[in-house]
Write a protein that binds this ligand. Structure first.
Ligand code: FUC
Length: 965
């Protein structure tokens, strides 16, 4: 009844509002952009525009990007419906912030001619129409921008999807051409003209742009480990997309499959006998988790600001200063200089937004918080807004809603002016300045609790402080981590250009060492922003995700991605940021033990290739998810944390218990193959397939090389740890004797490459993105250039083979290659891949793209760049092991090395000139440098000069080394 009422009412309003076609800007809400009559209009409205599609796009399907439409739409091209998002009345369900990315089939397009795009939109309440900019029609050949003055009318008639006259006729052409004359009346987005050129920011460590972000992948991230925000910087309609780390769909449940253990021996038998297909069938039936997957990490919502309209802005700049962790927007409009600052404070646990102007009473805005589903925004008191919701996930048995409750609570603190607050929209007029504080929480850690209380407490305490105090506390806290590492890779020609232009130049083949520095530090910035002690680890997108159902659920993938996220943590001097990973591993142990028992009859704990916030540890996705070495690989991390810090207590209480549990699982899981070697079974080389002699292909096998390398890594670490801790002598012996019986790494007699599988299979996809069998080179250290030269040579061949077949096509894959070449001490090759990472796998906001956005490549890239400058995996510290010609001079400070050392180094003309070692734990330091060094200790030279210098250190002492002439 209510719905009918809405429809009738809006139908009436349609007649009253605007009966005929008029021009309205896209993007823009019709209430704001249109005449007075549209100010309160709710109901159906149509947008249309004509667009000429180039003839040489012929035969291609096109992508039509409309970005978000408030509330729902159906979209037509030349009368053919090509997409719809949300549903229309009477079964109305709006989706106001979902990006509309529609595919236009080639046979709906008129190539080399005019096309009519018609959007039937419906809005039930609030603002209606196009939310953000970025409208375009595109294909691999190019793109046509669709921002501009579209034809618009209220009401509803499906005839409006059609050409009013024959499209191919003279009349049709004239109609479209007439339309086009005024279509482009709006330069840039939002109908704003951009004049003047803003100066480059003072700090080199700044990402900056001269236009607002039109898409999420152009927006700039801030984060405090727990909260994330993406700042778009639009002039009229700022969108600050919000995240809270625990807004995950799903709930805790036992996903083990009681049939698994019974079928395991048969699966193994079939694999040993070479019946891979049958084994796969049985595994698909009995070995998978139930259900075999997780749900998505979700966006919390969007803070939407409506700001005064203006036609032209001058000196526009938006930027992100990595050194302060503050995102800013500044421009001049109608003689007033406006500034916005946004940061996510870790000390105050709030996102802070400040809007200011250089003239009094000039700040006007309307704000609300939106979310696509499961939530509503309400006004709270005079100065607050609350987005309150619960993920509508139902329990599989009881049917009860068991999804997490969440809350985003905002408080506005204007100086001067007037404030009104009604129905979830807060308006502020004529303020001198406005500060917004936003807290967010879920009931993840305290199920059933009210997250509003936690938010209110944080707001109350943050509101005790002035803006300058909040900002200063945030900057101090951020810098305490960020400033630990300095990197200078030499000057760049393009240093004063906006970041997107520099990226373009690199795409064109330019070298820009300073952009590499920025990228390196951005990776550190992102880790600080998405992984802080006490919180959750960085997921596939760190903490930044705009989707309800994200790519790969934005989950924790453990067959490369989660580990790669933490590769820079130790070397790039952010060891605290590593801690959330260990807490998270602890949280998986109970479920991992259950899975170990139920699926494998084994002791210890196991994790397969992905997980979530609710303890998922069983095989997921498909049979390739039967990959029981996730926990074993993860255990490399707490041990590395020990190696870098020499924190014996951490080793005893945190690292070793995790490692031992993973090792116990492996001891029970390993079986003898028909040749008497100990192998994993079942097994996969992540997501890659092989061809057998009979011509069939499979992924499912036993004893994949990566498993053997991971087990080698884990067992050797456990042996070392148990010696250091003087514990578990019996287990140590068992691990040693098991290692001796483990199937060895094999070099193909035919190709000289390191075999990826236990047999020398042919690879149907030789350029596969995973290079799992090279784990022993990196991140493992079973294979080293000087220690195992034959294996290193075989790895090099494998790497070259992968690359010559197009390997490295995802962001993370490219980043990993940088580290492989660095460990092979091939500076030029490592650098080529750094360049390719920037050119091919980096979005305008410097986020890594798989595609789509996935943060692992950022972290892997940062780790790879560090690996080119300092290494410490082979029992010595290697200085500048892979320095490329493109960085002839530079220096770094504060990179860390295993053994408890902090390293500084400087070089000129490609030669190391000086270095310093700060010992944090004492012990012997062995240093290898590209040219001979001399050690100076308290002004006395003591060590023999050479490329390898070894000296005893004392904790807290600093040791200087200089190049010998
Ligand atoms: C692994 C990779 C994919 C992707 C996914 C999140 O499974 O194979 O490329 O990165 O994780």
């Amino acid at each position: 009844m209510k719905q009918l009422f809405v429809v009738l009412l809006t139908a009436f309003a349609a007649v009253a509002a605007a009966p005929d076609w008029q021009r309205l800007p896209v993007p823009g809400y019709w209430e704001k952009a249109g005449p007075e009559a549209l100010k309160d209009y709710n109901g159906f409205a149509w947008y249309r525009c004509f667009v000429e599609v180039p003839a040489d796009w012929k035969g291609r399907a096109l992508k039509l990007r409309l970005d978000a439409i408030d509330d729902c739409d159906e979209t037509f091209v030349n009368g053919r419906k090509i997409g719809a998002t949300g549903t229309m009345p009477p079964d109305y369900h709006g989706l106001c912030s979902t990006v509309r990315d529609y595919v236009v089939p080639a046979d709906a397009v008129r190539f080399g001619a005019w096309n009519l795009i018609a959007v039937r939109a419906y809005d039930a309440s609030g603002w209606g129409g196009f939310v953000n900019g970025g409208q375009m029609l595109k294909c691999a050949k190019g793109s046509v921008k669709l921002e501009g003055m579209w034809a618009f009318r209220t009401g509803d008639d499906l005839e409006w999807a059609q050409w009013p006259v024959k499209p191919g006729s003279k009349e049709g052409r004239t109609m479209a051409e007439e339309f086009a004359k005024t279509f482009d009346a709006i330069p840039g987005s939002e109908g704003v003209a951009f004049a003047g050129e803003a100066h480059a920011p003072e700090s080199d460590l700044t990402l900056w742009y001269r236009k607002p972000a039109r898409e999420w992948i152009e927006a700039l991230p801030v984060g405090n480990g727990r909260l994330g925000a993406m700042v778009f910087g639009a002039v009229h309609s700022e969108r600050i997309q919000l995240n809270e780390e625990s807004v995950w769909d799903g709930y805790e449940r036992d996903t083990t499959n009681p049939k698994a253990l019974e079928s395991l021996p048969e699966v193994r038998r079939l694999l040993f006998e070479g019946n891979n297909a049958e084994a796969k069938e049985l595994a698909a039936r009995d070995l998978m988790g139930r259900p075999m997957g997780v749900h998505s990490y979700q966006s919390l919502g969007d803070l939407r600001l409506r700001l005064p309209k203006c036609e032209e802005v001058g000196d526009y700049r938006r930027d992100l200063d990595l050194d302060t962790g503050v995102a800013s927007v500044r421009f001049v409009a109608d003689g007033v200089r406006y500034t916005r600052e946004v940061f996510a404070s870790a000390p105050a646990q709030v996102v802070v937004v400040r809007l200011a102007a250089d003239q009094p009473a000039a700040v006007n805005l309307e704000l609300t918080i939106t979310r696509e589903q499961d939530a509503a925004c309400a006004s709270v008191g005079e100065d607050g807004l609350a987005l309150t919701g619960q993920i509508q996930r139902r329990h599989h048995d009881t049917g009860e809603v068991v999804g997490l409750r969440f809350e985003a609570l905002l408080r506005a603190l204007p100086q001067g002016g007037a404030m009104t607050n009604r129905d979830g929209t807060l308006s502020i007029e004529c303020a001198d300045e406005v500060v917004l504080l936003l807290a967010a929480a879920t009931d993840y850690r305290d199920r059933g609790s009210d997250p509003r209380a936690a938010c209110a407490a944080r707001l109350d305490s943050a509101a005790q402080h002035t803006y300058p105090q909040l900002r200063a506390a945030h900057v101090d806290d951020h810098r305490a981590l960020f400033r630990r590492v300095a990197l200078d890779l030499g000057p760049s020609l393009h240093a004063d250009r906006p970041t997107d232009e520099r990226l373009e130049q690199v795409r064109g083949g330019a070298s820009d060492p300073q952009l590499v520095e920025l990228y390196f530090q951005f990776g550190r910035y992102l880790l600080i922003g998405s992984s802080r002690p006490g919180g959750l680890p960085a997921n596939l997108q760190g903490v930044w995700n705009e989707h309800m159902s994200a790519p790969w659920n934005s989950d924790y993938h453990t067959n490369i991605n989660l580990q790669m996220n933490y590769w820079p943590a130790e070397v790039a001097n952010l060891a605290e940021c590593h801690l959330p990973l260990f807490d998270y591993m602890d949280s998986l142990v109970a479920s991992g033990e259950r899975t170990a028992q139920v699926h494998y009859g084994a002791r210890g704990w196991v994790v397969h290739h992905l997980s979530d916030l609710f303890g998922f540890t069983t095989p997921a996705d498909g049979v390739w998810g039967v990959w029981p070495v996730g926990a074993a690989w993860l255990c490399q991390h707490p041990y590395e944390h020990y190696l870098f810090s020499r924190d014996r207590d951490f080793l005893a209480t945190r690292a070793y218990p995790l490692m031992k549990g993973a090792a116990l699982f492996m001891l029970d899981f390993l079986v003898e193959d028909p040749q008497g070697r100990l192998v994993t079974s079942p097994s996969h080389s992540p997501e890659n397939s092989f061809r057998k002699l009979d011509g069939t292909t499979s992924m499912f096998t036993y004893g994949a090389t990566m498993d053997l390398e991971i087990i080698h890594d884990l067992f050797t670490h456990c042996i070392d740890a148990s010696e250091i801790l003087e514990t578990d002598a019996g287990l140590r012996e068992e691990l040693r004797s098991t290692l001796e019986r483990l199937a060895p790494l094999q070099i193909s007699q035919e190709s000289g490459r390191l075999q990826e599988w236990i047999e020398d299979y042919e690879e149907p996809d030789p350029g596969h993105r995973h290079m799992s069998h090279l784990f022993g080179l990196h991140p493992g250290n079973q294979i080293t250039l000087r220690g195992t030269p034959e294996l290193a040579a075989a790895v090099r061949k494998s790497l070259e083979h992968r690359l010559s077949h197009g390997g490295g096509h995802t962001g993370w894959s490219r980043a990993w290659i940088v580290s492989f070449w660095a460990r092979l001490e091939e500076g030029e090759k490592a650098h080529q891949n750094v360049q390719a990472l920037l050119a091919k796998a980096t979005l305008p906001n410097l986020f890594d793209t798989h595609p789509p956005f996935q943060i692992d490549g950022n972290f892997g890239g940062t780790a790879g760049i560090a690996e080119m400058l300092v290494q410490s995996h082979a029992g010595e510290i290697g200085l500048l092991p892979a320095l490329p010609k493109a960085w002839p001079e530079g220096h770094f400070e504060g990179l860390r090395a295993r053994g408890g050392f902090e390293i500084d180094a400087a070089w000129r003309h490609g030669r190391l000139t000086r270095a310093a070692v700060c010992s944090t734990a004492g012990g012997t330091c062995r240093l290898r440098s590209p040219n001979p060094l001399r050690l100076e200790r308290e002004a006395a030279t003591t060590a023999a000069p050479g490329n390898v210098v070894e000296f005893a250190t004392q904790a807290g002492q600093r040791y200087q080394l200089y190049a010998l002439k």
